[in-house]
Ligand binder design. Sequence first.
Ligand SMILES: Cc1ncc(COP(=O)(O)O)c(C=O)c1O
Length: 350
Amino acid sequence: MKPFFGTEHDVIMLTCAGTGALEAAVVNTLSPGDEVLAVTMGSFGDRFAKIADVYGAKVTRLDVEWGHAPTPAAVRAAAAEITGLKAVLLTHNETSTGVTSDIPALAAAVRDAAPDALILVDAISALGAVPFAMDAWGLDLVVTGSQKAWMAAPGMAMAAVGPRAWAASETATMPRFYLDLKRHKDTAAAGETPWTPAVAVMYQVDEGLRLMQAEGAEAIFARHEACAAASRAGLAALGFELFADERYYSRTVTAAHVPDGLDWKSFNGTLKERGLVLAGGQGKLKGRIFRLGHLGSVTVEEILGALATLEAVSIEHGRPVEPGIAVAAAQRAALAAGGVFSMTVAGTPA
Ligand SMILES: Cc1ncc(COP(=O)(O)O)c(C=O)c1O
C-alpha cells in the first residue's frame, strides 16, 4: 500500500471500521487538553472532530459550508490563532458532500502557521483511487479503509504513521489499548498481529492490491477520473443540479440535489427495484441530496448502465428527459477525460 499512500513510513493494519482508524489517529498522538484544530466540511469531518472532543482534546472547529472545501488562507488564519496548537484534523475526500480538498495546499498552510502541529488526515474514501503523496506533502498520519479503493469488504482500516506521529505517541496520554499503534507495529515486526485479525478481509485487501498493482496506479486514477466525469455529465443531463463546488469535485463520489417536486422516496424505490442503489444525504443533507458512488472496481461501463437506469426511471416518473441523453453525455465526458472505460489488468478485463 505504501506507493498509494506516497510514504516510506509504516502502514499499520487494524481490524476495525474506518472510524476506528480515525480514533487511532487521535488517541495515539494526543493528550487530554491538547489544542486541536478540526477542519470540517461535512459529516465525516464532524466525526473526526467529535472523536478528539470525546477524548478530551480542546477542539477548535473551522466549519466550511457543506459542498465547499476549506481554503489554505482560512486554515492558515485559524491555525495561527491557536497558541500551542498540537494537531490539525483534515478530511481529504468528504464522502457526505462529494468534495475533495486540496490537501497539499492545506498542509502547507498549517506548516506556515504552526510548524510543530501534527497533520492527521482522513483519506478513507479516495486514497488509492487518486494520487496521494503523504511524505512529500508533510502529513503525519493518514488513514483509509478496506471497503473503499481497496475493493474489499469492510472490516479493516489502515493507518500510515510518520516519524513525528510516532514521536508524539511516546508522550500522548489519551487512553488506548485495542487501537494502540505501537503495539501493532511491534507485533507486525514479529510477523503477528496483537489481536485476532479479520483474516478474510485481509485476504480480500491482498487480492485488491494484486488487482491494483496489475492495473497500475496511473490507469486506476484515469479510470476514476473518467467515471467521475461520466457521472457528473450524466446526472447534469438528467436535470440534476450537482451539489459540490465544481473546483473541488470528488473523483470517487458525486452528489446532486434532489429537485423540488420530485417524490424522492418513490423515485428511489423504483431505482432500488431495478437494482440501482444510491446513497442519500447525511446529517443536515438528509432528503436534500443523493450520492452516486464510483470508487474501487467501478467502471465507466457500469456508470453508463446506472445512468441508463436513472434515465428510464426518470422518464417513468414523468421527468422531462429525452431518451439516451444522459448516457450520451456521460460517454462524451468519459472520452474527454481520457476514455478509460473498463478495468483492465495486463490487457484483459479484471
Ligand atoms: C471520509 C470518510 N471518513 C470516515 C468514514 C467512516 O468509515 P467507516 O464507516 O468504515 O467507519 C467514511 C465512511 O464512508 C468516510 O467516507
